[in-house]
Write a protein that binds this ligand. Structure first.
Ligand code: 6PG
Length: 249
């Protein structure tokens, strides 16, 4: 049982929390580029990251980060074309990547428009190539995650077999709850992250956040609670409304 190295950062509201997360992204990028000459970041979908993306794509972050050395990945994607309003890639492109000078070859998009199983296999192979082969799961520098009202994260939903996948790093599966095929990192790839960062906002998630972050809670039933970085660090950036039910003891 790994002792969890976890840090909770609480912002007074959504805006401040996204700003804190953006500054952490900047710091992680500076460290990774200083140590390894590049920075790899997997983005998430949903609505919460929108303001985070907008802040990163504007000053001061637009000038503060060496974007030519940043590689964008996605932790999950809907099986839709890249121009679909449901595409996680499209959301990140429109709000962030289109504002930046990032080489096309640094954008590692999950191909939601092709056969899901082929897309998953291709993406995993691409991850391994990026990591220069190696045997274990590629260690990305920054993995952004959200949390749904049912405790899902990436496209790892409660009650799905995807939660038990411990060989493959990227899988596709049909998710009944959202009635669509999804591509997603599995826990082995998420847990390989150097900095695994939840960004959660809103009082509607306060109960779940409390169950997961309050000491002694039996949180294992929620996928978001099962993220356990192996050698990396776990961060929860949450706003005060989402943090309002966390108990200290
Ligand atoms: C997706 C996301 C998903 C998201 C949560 C939270 O593709 O939908 O990756 O895991 O992070 O559903 O979504 P909200 O930020 O909209 O609450």
């Amino acid at each position: 049982m790994r002792v969890q190295d976890r840090e909770i950062v609480i912002g007074k509201d959504y805006e401040e929390t996204c700003g804190k997360a953006a500054d952490f992204f900047r710091a992680c990028a500076a460290r990774a580029i200083g140590e390894r000459g590049k920075f790899s970041a997997a983005l998430s979908g949903g609505s919460t990251p929108k303001r985070f993306f907008e802040i990163l794509g504007a000053e001061p972050f637009k000038s503060a980060i060496q974007w030519k050395l940043v590689h964008f990945f996605w932790g999950d994607e809907r099986c839709v074309p890249p121009d679909s309003p449901d595409s996680n890639y499209k959301m990140a492109y429109d709000l962030l990547i289109s504002k930046l000078d990032v080489p096309e070859s640094n954008i590692h998009r999950m191909k939601g428009e092709i056969d899901p199983q082929k897309a998953a296999a291709e993406y995993e192979a691409g991850l391994r190539t990026f990591a220069c082969g190696g045997t274990g799961a590629p260690r990305l520098d920054f993995i952004l995650l959200g949390m749904g009202p049912d405790g899902h994260t990436a496209s790892l939903f409660p009650g799905t077999a995807a939660l038990e996948e411990n060989e493959r790093l990227v899988i596709s599966h049909y998710v009944e709850k959202v009635r669509m095929n999804r591509l997603t990192f599995t826990f082995p790839e998420i847990d390989a992250g150097r900095n695994v960062v939840f960004l959660v906002s809103g009082s509607d998630k306060a109960g779940l956040v409390s169950e997961i972050l309050s000491p002694g809670e039996n949180e294992a039933r929620y996928p978001a609670a099962r993220v356990r970085p192996d050698g990396g660090k776990l961060f929860w950036f949450i706003d005060a409304p989402a943090a309002e039910k966390i108990r200290q003891s």
